[in-house]
Design a protein around this ligand. Structure first.
Ligand SMILES: Nc1nc2c(ncn2[C@@H]2O[C@H](COP(=O)(O)OP(=O)(O)OP(=O)(O)O)[C@@H](O)[C@H]2O)c(=O)[nH]1
Ligand SMILES: [Mg+2]
Length: 334
């Protein structure tokens, strides 16, 4: 049985079988996967991570396929992660079928995988972020996340992307308008797909109104609205151009770093929580002893917890007990 450590080097070499194996380890949180991810972390950071979200059936998978074809024509490699809200494999399988019907079948430059919303241990967002690291470290130039824009979980996932595209279609009803409004905050690019249908211009106008009403700070990225016909590839090169422009803008304005810091903070917290909880299980001798002591009231829960997480003396002293010699700004506030 192979372990995460066994496949790290093959992942770095870009071998698809190894990538697939590593993503299974990520999903199952197999022992040793955090150590493997730690190694991959240093080799990642080069991919442009795109997020595509929007209502069911808006053409996200078709668009991902068209974008992937376009990037391949440009000689760029692509990793696709489809987050399926309900079933374990269907979303990815459908996307896979779609791609298999194109010239991308058997292309070594394209890797596709679905992540299930249920079944990913440790949470979907974490699985998605870790999966991005794997594909990035494996050398994919572009990593695309596809999610259905419905719940908070999907919004959390899509926040892992550097550039988020929200896909709308002409003639959407009121409830879909609400989804669109909810996703307005996170959209870096708006896509009006199925622009071959009646009402595309109206949808563009509605989006433009929404964007105009939204609070805009100075020096903010000017969110573009791109019409596409994913089925024919119409507008897809322009869309890829908007993505590239957004990446450039983020790099110039420090936004790329800001987003990287945000995901880094999240990652550190996840791993830290895990490390702490790993030491706080029945069967860990120090934990069992502490449980005995607290139950017998020889120790209080706070002291035991502080001791166990190794923070005794390092945590900030409670207010009023800090040994400040002089008057601080904080005290002046009182
Ligand atoms: N007319 C038209 N149909 C399109 C276009 N793009 C996609 N479709 C069709 O819309 C349907 C849904 O496309 P998908 O790509 O599966 O949509 P999706 O958003 O990925 O759907 P879910 O993953 O189920 O949410 C399919 O029948 C596509 O052929 C387009 O630009 N124009
Ligand atoms: Mg889809």
């Amino acid at each position: 049985m192979k372990t995460p450590a066994d496949v790290v080097h093959r992942v770095l070499a870009g071998e698809h079988a190894a990538i697939a194996r590593m993503l299974t380890f990520v999903e199952r949180r197999t022992a040793g996967v955090d150590e493997a991810l730690a190694e991959l972390h240093g080799k990642a950071g080069n991919a442009h991570v795109l997020g595509l979200t929007g209502p069911p059936g808006s053409g996200k998978s078709t668009l991902v396929t068209a974008l992937t074809e376009y990037y391949r024509e440009q000689g760029r490699t692509v990793g696709v992660l489809a987050v399926d809200p309900s079933s374990v494999f269907s979303g990815g399988a459908i996307l896979g079928d779609r791609i298999r019907m194109t010239g991308l079948a058997g292309d070594e430059g394209v890797f596709i995988r679905s992540i299930a919303t249920r079944g990913a241990l440790g949470g979907l967002s974490r699985a998605a972020l870790d999966a991005i690291t794997v594909l990035d470290a494996a050398g994919k130039d572009v990593v695309v996340l596809e999610t259905v824009g419905v719940g908070q979980a999907e919004v959390d996932v899509i926040s892992a992307a550097q550039t988020v595209a929200v896909v709308s279609v002409p003639g959407m009803g009121d409830d879909v308008q609400a989804i669109k409004a909810g996703l307005l905050e996170i959209a870096d690019v708006h896509v009006v797909n199925k622009a071959d249908r009646d009402g595309a211009a109206k949808t563009v106008a509605e989006l433009r109104d929404m964007l105009r009403l939204a609070h805009r700070r100075p020096h903010q990225w000017n969110v573009p609205i791109q019409q596409t016909v994913a089925a024919t590839g119409h507008g897809v090169p322009e869309l890829a151009g908007q993505f590239a422009a957004h990446l450039e803008w983020m790099t110039e304005h420090g936004e790329r770093e800001r987003r990287a810091r945000r995901t880094s903070a999240t990652r550190i917290r996840w791993v830290a929580e895990q490390l702490v909880l790993d030491g706080l299980r029945p069967g860990v001798p120090a934990f069992d002893r502490a449980v005995d002591d607290v139950a017998a009231r020889r120790e209080d829960p706070l002291s035991a917890a502080r001791r166990l997480v190794g923070q005794a003396g390092t945590t900030a002293a409670p207010a009023g007990t800090s040994p400040t010699a002089s008057t601080t700004d904080e005290e002046e506030l009182w």
